[in-house]
Design a protein around this ligand. Structure first.
Ligand SMILES: [Zn+2]
Length: 112
C-alpha cells in the first residue's frame, strides 16, 4: 500500500518546508519538522483528493483508506485495527473484510 498517484504534490500541515523532491521524502513526513505530509493527488480518472500516507500505528477507527492503485471513489472505513503478537497489524474494513499481516512499516493511503 502507499504507492504514488500521478501529479502528486506535497505540503506540510505544520510548517513551510522544505519538503524536498518526491524521491527524498522520508516516510511521507516533512523533512523539516517531521509532521505527516498532506498529499495532493489525482487518480487515473482525473479526480483529485487530499491524502496522507501513514504507517498502521497511526490509523484509527473511522479513517477512510484507499487501497493501493484504486481510484478515489473506492474508500473503506476502518472498523477496527489492532497490533498482533508478531508485530503485524490486523485491520477490519467496512465492505472489504479483514486484512491481516500488515507490515508495521507499510504506508497506507488515508483521506486527509
Ligand atoms: Zn513541516
Amino acid at each position: 500500500m502507499g504507492t504514488s498517484y500521478s501529479n502528486e504534490s506535497y505540503e506540510c500541515r505544520n510548517c513551510s518546508g522544505p519538503i524536498g523532491e518526491q524521491g527524498e521524502i522520508n516516510g511521507w513526513r516533512c523533512g523539516a519538522c517531521g509532521a505527516t505530509l498532506l498529499i495532493h493527488a489525482e487518480d487515473r480518472n482525473g479526480r483529485s483528493a487530499l491524502l496522507e500516507r501513514v504507517q498502521p500505528e497511526l490509523i484509527k477507527k473511522h479513517d477512510l483508506i484507499i487501497p493501493d492503485g484504486s481510484t478515489f471513489d473506492t474508500t473503506y472505513e476502518v472498523l477496527d485495527i489492532s497490533k498482533e503478537r508478531d508485530g503485524t497489524y490486523r485491520m477490519a474494513l467496512r465492505g472489504f473484510g479483514v486484512r491481516k499481516k500488515i507490515n508495521a512499516r507499510f504506508t497506507i493511503n488515508r483521506l486527509a
